[in-house]
Ligand binder design. Structure first.
Ligand code: SAJ
Length: 416
């Protein structure tokens, strides 16, 4: 069986490599030729444990090829990015482009699966698009049983955690939402061939909202933890101890407070819900605002600590630990740590040190060019203020007793 995976990013590339090792014939499609050239050189354009290794096996095994043009296949998997526009609207243009690309290639018996995070109703919309592009083929109609169609279409959201993608691709349960009941069963059969978790069948609309709800749930929970953090500051209580104690209750599971929510999923996906039902999404929107405001809260703490030292900012050295959007990844997109450092850089410190094991250099003339990339030891020895922004493994084991700094702002609760 041949699978055409469209979009070779964080989800598409690991999925393509894994399917090739499962003995599917796979062609991976990406509009960026540089991405494809790098893949053939055995290099992955982002860090994910084990991925380069698995990619090498998949390419050597002969079941994986890459191309910039989609080709005919039995199954089309769409794994393209769906970001937000500046005005917080879902940008689904990459999905539409993928549909325009595969529409002319479709033949009877094909299965199309959308995995990209999408607004409610997107799978039905792409089905209507395809019906217009290929009027001679019979496409499914949402809500019907739909056994007599030529092409089956389903929505099966990706749910893997960056840093654990290869494991979770196989072990996570999958939500399989068909445009019709038969579409769901066809897609379920495909996933069951390589997924060890349960494949739970539903309709495409429910599956779309299910994906968005999972990420919005996490966002709301983190916002709750962040709100507790400011309440604890007021009462001079250690929020991490509070959360640890509360979580001893068998039905309480509060997440960890931090400098904000970053990346391209949790901080983005709730806006898909808000856009589609603004009057009804009060809690979800408030949580977004609380989490988006966290870098300002951290920066205000830095300003307070400068004041408490009673020295001019131009006389102080500050060291910020971590820039990525979360621990142990090299992804800086939407990182709250980056937000905080950008504010720090404008403040006029004598020296701004950055410690980030996942950053090789700071390029002259680019973002952070007025900061210095140093190792942990140098930062501990010379900085007057230490700000921990990301809980990378390397920072957990650091002996902060060796520090010169009078002030330590630990936004992740690993040094206290
Ligand atoms: N964060 C906290 N406190 C916590 C947990 C996370 O502040 O207790 C912050 C992180 O530091 C980071 C942000 O939240 O800045 C998001 O990190 P994450 O690890 O929670 O999530 P992502 O964005 O890497 O991946 C999420 C996952 N969704 C859920 O856990 C519900 C993943 O399973 C999804 O596949 C992924 O979004 C996606 O692609 O949608």
């Amino acid at each position: 069986m041949k699978v055409c995976v469209i979009g070779l990013g964080y989800i598409g590339l690991p999925t393509a490599a894994m399917l090739a090792l499962e003995k599917y014939k796979v062609v991976g499609i990406d509009i960026n030729k540089k991405v494809i050239d790098a893949i053939y050189d055995g290099k992955v354009h982002f860090f994910e444990p084990e991925l380069e290794n698995i990619l090498e096996h998949a390419l050597k095994g002969g079941n994986l090829r890459c191309s910039i043009e989609p080709e005919q296949a039995d199954v089309f998997l769409i794994t393209v990015p769906t970001p937000n526009t500046k005005s917080r609207k879902a940008d689904l243009s990459a999905i539409h482009d993928a549909i325009l690309g595969i529409g002319p290639l479709l033949i009877e018996g094909n299965l199309i699966i959308l995995e990209s995070t999408s607004s409610v109703g997107t799978t039905e919309n792409i089905t209507s698009m395809l019906q217009q592009i290929r009027p001679e083929l019979k496409f499914p109609v949402y809500g019907t049983e739909g056994s007599d169609v030529d092409v089956h279409i389903a929505y099966c959201p990706e749910r893997v955690l960056p840093g654990r993608i290869l494991e979770e691709l196989i072990t996570n349960d999958r939500i399989v939402g068909g445009v019709t009941a038969t579409c769901a069963l066809k897609a379920e059969r495909f996933y069951s061939s390589f997924v060890k978790g349960n494949c739970v069948v539903t309709d495409s609309r429910t599956a779309e909202l299910c994906k968005l709800s999972e990420n919005a749930f996490r966002d709301v929970n983190i916002a709750f933890a962040n709100e507790l953090s400011t309440i604890c500051d007021k009462h001079n209580i250690d929020v991490w101890e509070l959360v640890r104690l509360a979580n001893h209750h068998p039905r309480v599971d509060i997440l960890q407070p931090g400098p904000g929510v970053g990346g391209h999923c949790i901080a983005v996906d709730p806006w898909f819900i808000i856009e589609s039902a603004p009057a009804e999404s009060i809690l979800i929107k408030t949580a977004r605002e609380i989490n988006d405001n966290r870098p300002n809260v951290v920066f205000a703490r830095i300003q307070d600590s400068v004041e408490s030292l009673g020295r001019d900012v131009s006389d102080l050295v500050i060291a910020c630990f971590g820039l990525s959007f979360k621990r142990d990844v090299d992804d800086f997109r939407g990182s709250p740590a980056v937000d905080v450092v950008e504010k720090v850089l404008k403040e006029g410190f004598k020296d701004v040190m950055l410690v980030e094991p996942h950053l090789k250099h700071i390029l002259p003339g680019k973002q952070f060019s007025s900061a210095r990339l140093v190792d942990s030891v140098e930062a501990l020895q010379h900085a007057d203020i230490l700000v921990l922004l990301v809980d990378h493994e390397e920072f957990r084991t650091l002996d902060t007793r060796l520090r010169k700094a009078a002030i330590v702002i630990d936004t992740r609760g690993i040094w206290n």
